[in-house]
Design a binder for this molecule. Structure first.
Ligand code: ZN
Length: 460
């Protein structure tokens, strides 16, 4: 019954409820922006390039006039704000901002034209420090939502398509607040499921909920839906029949994608976004990399010397071309990705990221100076049996703790022995490993899984 209702509601929402609610009741522009921006990827590459150059010029001129941080920075670096139509000009003058700049001088990043109480505020997540408030106008918020809807069209998920979302929320929400959250998502034809509660029992319940709702897509952090795939496989139950899975907010590894596609029997689309910019890029139906939303964001991938790199891993730097309330000019996101010159056969002319590697994770240094990338710890236990979830805790340069949620498919002794074997490389460099079996690994406040946590008191 429920399935029939959600199927019937889909065209009603898309054609009537959404435009009426957004344009007439709320007097917002999400729907009109959505129609407008849907055309942009099909423009020629030159037209798109022209559009982003014009927008950059307007932004730089605006920042020089209205945003104290940039007024000072541009003057210091001798930037003539008129006529900057390429981020290369800013790059060559050494202009970029970091999360730390934003944290320590947040007031200076606000345009003098707006009052905070008139703006929409969300917070940057991340794994370090206190969340940062991020401001934008309601109008621009609508634009960002329109862009999200556009990228969902690329994978065949039209507005209102019955879907499930497994996402974070504020911890300790009461029943009423949770019901309101559910209602908010139901209105858009989503079944909302909490990413904070992803034990095995909950994941089995979620799978049943998704089936009953008739969801065609799951939108989720990587880990919850990956764990759901593993749980479905372990219990041998029928998976929900889906048209696709959209992952975001955590780095999608190949083995996770393979497992989800195998268990759910549908494609997995990766999307790259963050709280500062919402949607940065998304895969289309061809899976040839991610199309960058270049009409709104000027995305660069640079090496350690801040030089652009193509086809190799580099740091992601983003200029938000349309946020005038709190402008981001060459913002260093602490993520790594690979840019490509390749065109996608789909015909959309947005530039592309070959792949997104994600958060720049720290380096682990053994007592003898041997170093590994923090992501090493994400890979090391791949293929070790008996592990449902794990987390490494760096206690010191010579001591690491592996917390493991055991899945019962083998003995704990066997798993512990295999973990220690997998760790042999680091053991050879004087690093000791202890294994602790736990009932559940704590998630971050946003419900994300940190596979590597450092508790070292003194960083080198
Ligand atoms: Zn494409």
């Amino acid at each position: 019954m429920r399935v029939i209702l959600t199927q019937l509601y889909a065209p009603l929402y898309r054609n009537l409820v959404f435009p009426f609610y957004d344009s007439v009741l709320r007097r917002r522009k999400t729907y009109s922006y959505y129609r407008e921006v849907s055309r942009v990827p099909w423009l020629s590459a030159d037209e798109i390039e022209g559009m982003r150059r014009r927008r950059l010029r307007a932004l730089v001129e605006y920042c020089a006039r209205n945003v104290p941080y940039y007024t000072r920075l541009f003057a210091e670096r001798g930037i003539d704000p008129s006529g900057v139509d390429d981020v290369g000009v800013l790059r060559e003058s050494g202009i970029s901002i970091t999360k730390e700049d934003l944290r320590s001088r947040s007031g200076e990043f606000m345009s003098g034209e707006f009052r905070r109480e008139d703006l929409v505020c969300n917070f940057s997540g991340g794994t370090t420090g206190v969340p940062l408030p991020l401001y934008k106008t309601m109008d621009y918020w609508c634009m960002r939502m329109a862009i999200k809807l556009r990228s969902e069209d690329w994978i065949g998920k039209r507005p209102g398509t019955p879907s499930a979302i497994i996402w974070g929320h504020k911890p300790n929400l009461g029943r009423i607040a949770m019901a309101r959250l559910q209602l908010y998502w139901n209105f858009q034809n989503y079944r909302y499921l909490s990413a904070l509660d992803i034990g095995e029992e909950s994941l089995l319940r979620y799978a049943g909920d998704i089936k009953r709702y008739g969801a065609r897509y799951i939108e989720s952090y990587v880990n919850p839906v990956y764990l759901m795939a593993k749980t479905i496989e372990k219990h041998g139950i029928d998976p929900p029949r889906l048209d696709g899975i959209v992952t975001g907010a955590e780095t999608l590894r190949d083995f996770q994608k393979e497992k989800m596609e195998e268990v759910f029997g549908c494609p997995v689309y990766d999307r790259y976004g963050c709280s500062e910019f919402t949607n940065i890029s998304c895969e289309c139906e061809r899976h040839r990399g991610q199309h960058i939303n270049a009409d709104n964001l000027w995305v660069e991938v640079v090496d350690r010397n801040d030089r652009p790199v193509i086809g190799e891993e580099g740091e992601v730097v983003i200029t938000d071309l349309m946020n005038f309330a709190m402008p981001f000019v060459r913002y260093r996101l602490d993520d790594t990705a690979v840019m490509t010159n390749r065109k996608c056969e789909c015909g959309r002319n947005f530039p592309m990221l070959e792949k997104v590697i994600g958060k720049t994770t720290g380096i682990f240094r053994a007592p003898d100076g041997f170093e590994v990338h923090g992501k090493y710890f994400q890979w090391i236990l791949y293929n070790v049996p008996g592990i449902f979830r794990f987390q490494f805790v760096e206690k010191s340069s010579s001591r690491v703790l592996a917390r493991i949620e055991h899945d019962g498919t083998t003995t704990r002794e066997d798993t512990e022995r295999r973990v220690k074997e997998a760790f042999a490389d680091l053991a050879a460099h004087g690093v000791g490993i202890a294994v602790e079996f736990v009932d559940s690994i704590p998630l971050t406040k946003a419900g994300k899984m940190n596979f590597f946590v450092s508790e070292r008191e003194v960083r080198d």
